[in-house]
Ligand binder design. Sequence first.
Ligand code: B12
Length: 478
Amino acid sequence: MAKVLLVNPPFYRLLGSHYNANSLGIAYIASYLNKRGHDAWLYNADYVSDKNYGNLKKLFQNFTNYKNYFKDTDNALWHEIKNKILSFKPDWVGYTAYTANISAIKIISEKIRLMDSAIKQFVGGVHATLDKNLLETLRFVDYSIQREGEEAVFALVENKDPKTIPGVISRGKNSLINNGIAPIIKDINALPFPEREKFWGVSESEKKNIDVSYINTIRGCPYKCTYCASPSHWDRRTTRLRSPESVIEEMVHLKENYWKATKFDYSASANIGKKETLKIEDNTIVYFVDDVFTIHKKRVKKLLRMIIDQKLKMRWKCEARADHLDEELCELMAESGCERVKLGFESGSNRILENVKKLETREDMLKGATMLKNAGVSFAAYFIAGFPGETDEDVRRTIDFAKKIEADYYSLSILAPYYGTELYDQLIENGHALEQQPWEYFFHQSPKPMVNDKISKKVLQEYLSLVELNKKSKKGYV
Ligand code: B12
């Protein structure tokens, strides 16, 4: 039996906040191992036992402090994380990696190797899938795993030869050995539900601070928006959907085992400010973390009908596209307990929407938002400014559109061209030296546009000030 610790690196903590949810990627791997006789735990280095969070504005302002953590590799925070990992006495440590996490993983994995060279370390997740040379950056990490981690990690901890395990990149004598992308897990209904118990470094009473209500029902996304890493992280052609029956089974499991025991009175989120600003009763809300929950209309309607018929009475939220909505779907959403739909509008300018291959127009989006409103479903609007070639005129269209839709919550980002996106590759081709930027800069709370100097400060400020509209919101952040 191998002792395995799967780590979510710190991110929001470095920005002066924290994030207390269960990371599903590593939670899936942990349960897969535990079902097969290993002892796998989750360690969220972004967890803090505190119910007050930074608000979004503060996250923007804390960028300087954030950068300093990476310069000060001897900071107490890094030692705290190293000590937590060592106290588990792991045989294996695995890190989940978005692009923004790579520098943190570098610091932590080096400290672990210096303290105990017998511990084997691996990395997986989005950035590990997309950056085939990641082990050259992470010199103290032994293996990098591409795409789905369950089967590859199981084979690794069973001590199979890494050079023969599909999906694994290992070190050869003179170069890296890439064993290619593994075949997909065809039946994702058959996977065990993600681990929701074994949280390392938190007491039993603190466990109720962890939001375990995230559910993943789809692996992949068939769209090809140029700013999103999903099309290359997951193969667009192999998007897999769990059956409504399997999703219902997980919801019932969640309700019976977790919601009965605890009434959460907090949110897991980094940017809500004080608990009081969370204008909802509690946090027992299922979060469907799929890229686009509504991809398959017939399936999603069936699922919502089952939630209604079985009287689950579980509130839920999801991410969706406005052009998937129709009146029937919106009504089913309302009736089945939808607390919020998160809509990625991105821009109010059709020119920009076309450039980024959103395959939706401002008019489609307005139609979808109106249908949600008519059905009484609350929605959050997600926007991005700072696309290459975007002008003041485009941003003004976004501002105008944002006001028109009267969303219940606004999230306003500035574009970070994520590694692995079509946009990132286009920008490199056009001579942007993005590869010279530190990995930790690739997130959308950066204070100024990374790849656009055309938008005036005034208009950008006007765009960011849309956040003030949230003060009027009846429900606030959900
Ligand atoms: C839910 C979500 C969030 C949530 C929750 C994150 C969390 N801690 O759980 C929130 C809202 C907090 C969030 C925040 C951010 N997110 Co986010 N998020 C997602 C989303 C929509 C789903 C992730 C998920 O749970 N998927 C379901 C599970 C089952 O899949 P999975 O995580 O990919 O895991 C599988 C494999 O990747 C692999 N794997 C994953 N981890 C590991 C680890 C090991 C060791 C191994 C071997 C394998 C492995 O095996 C897993 C099972 O097969 C994805 C989009 C997507 N489809 O992936 C974006 C996504 C991952 N996020 C993204 C980004 C950029 C961010 C932020 C930086 C945004 C920001 N604030 O600026 C932050 C960073 C947070 C952090 N902790 O560092 C990008 C990453 C792109 C990139 N190149 O970095 C994505 C791909 C979205 C996009 N549009 O491109 N995110």
